[in-house]
Design a protein around this ligand. Structure first.
Ligand SMILES: *Cc1c(COP(=O)(O)O)cnc(C)c1O
Length: 368
């Protein structure tokens, strides 16, 4: 079995796909596909068992899994995931953004869901190996990238209740086109005052599928009310902003202060959130992590004290919010158009990710 070199961690066995997608079809998929619908030729995989630990590091053809219908994940949702992107730079290299932070968060999520912790070097090594195998799948072009989805789940065939004794770790990859296509549009947000996604002591800070399952009905309600995304409030009082289904939220006041809800265990601590906070501080502007009362926000929008609201996460980087609606209110944020700080932070963050701006904080990591 040939091996794939990785600069970190143990090597991965290389089982090439005997039927990779023909180049013409791959190129068609690179440009036009809707997010998360087209997948590269390979996937990375590592097995874990209670007795043997982590074994069988490999790159193999992307394809259906052989899974028992009794696999614990299908019954009890013992599962976690990550999301990060590979960017093609003009110098020909392929880089990713803060993968060690994702690796650490993956280990924290694993601990919360009673899953085994993957070595950080195996996490980053699996990304390197997969991108080596599927480098042709990393698109060129402004704003496009290869989205990488590491995940881990309880694969043991056992419907009793305890942490699984066999677990699978996989990474699949999907090319994503430019989020600039069609220009940067503000999104409308429905504030859900009925359902919450996470409570104190729960799993809100873990990146697990169950949190998303809990957020889907809120997302459906948002769409029924003519909004694109849902924003959840704290489960205890339904009065403070928490986050969107899959993005963190930030509020900008007219005097240039950026406010964001604190990471107190019920929100997911986004790596984009942390990076944006650093970029704001680099501009000598204050960033304050503090509870944001919905009632205060609505008054501050009405009085003009809040001038911008945006959401942030790996998938879309930074998304301006133009409208906030919920039971009994419907307001535009300033004039509804993307605000200047939002746009300038988006430029700076993506500039670093694509190598167009200097990487002062050492956030980018070379995969090839
Ligand atoms: C992944 C995720 C985010 C964003 O995290 P990034 O590390 O910035 O991609 C925010 N909220 C939730 C619920 C998430 O799952």
């Amino acid at each position: 079995m040939p091996e794939l070199e990785t600069t970190v961690g143990p090597r991965f066995d290389w089982r090439p796909n005997p039927k990779p997608l023909p180049a013409a079809e791959r190129e068609a998929g690179l440009g036009s596909a809707a997010f998360g619908t087209v997948f590269s030729d390979h996937m990375a995989a590592i097995d874990w068992s209670h007795d043997k630990g982590w074994t069988n590091r490999r790159i193999e053809p992307h394809g259906p899994l052989n899974l028992s219908p009794a696999a614990a994940v299908l019954h009890y949702a013992q599962e976690i995931f990550e999301g990060l992107k590979a960017y093609r730079w003009e110098d020909g290299s392929i880089r990713t953004f803060r993968p060690w932070a994702n690796a650490e968060r993956f280990a924290r999520s694993a601990r919360r869901m009673a899953l085994p912790q993957l070595q950080l070097a195996d996490f980053v090594g699996s990304l390197e190996a997969l991108v080596q195998a599927d480098s042709a799948w990393v698109p060129t072009g402004l704003g496009s990238s290869l989205y990488m989805r590491p995940f881990m789940f309880a694969s043991e065939a056992f419907v009793g209740i305890r942490p699984a004794r066999s677990v699978s770790y996989l990474v699949i990859a999907s090319p994503v086109g430019s989020y600039f296509s069609g220009g940067l549009a503000s999104v409308s947000i429905w504030i859900d005052t009925e359902h919450s996604r996470a409570a104190a002591g729960g799993t809100g800070a873990a990146k697990c599928g169950g949190n998303y399952a809990a957020s889907l009905l809120g997302q459906v309600k948002a769409q029924e009310n003519g909004c694109e995304q849902v924003l959840f409030l704290d489960a205890a009082t339904f009065s403070q902003l928490e986050e969107l289904g899959g993005m963190n939220v930030m509020v900008v006041t007219v005097d240039g202060t950026v406010l964001t809800p604190p990471a107190n265990g019920t929100i997911l601590e986004g790596i984009t959130r942390a990076s944006v906070m650093q970029l704001v501080r680099d501009r000598s502007m204050p960033v304050i992590e503090q509870p944001i009362e919905l009632r205060w926000l609505l008054e501050a929008l009405a009085s003009g004290q809040v001038s911008e609201v945006f959401a942030c996460g790996t998938a879309a980087a930074i998304t301006p919010v133009g409208r906030l609606a919920g039971k009994g209110f419907d307001v535009t944020v300033a004039d509804g158009a993307p605000g200047p700080l939002t746009m300038s932070l988006l430029d700076e963050l993506t500039g670093i990710q694509y190598g167009r701006l200097p990487d002062k904080h050492g956030w980018t990591t070379r995969l090839i």
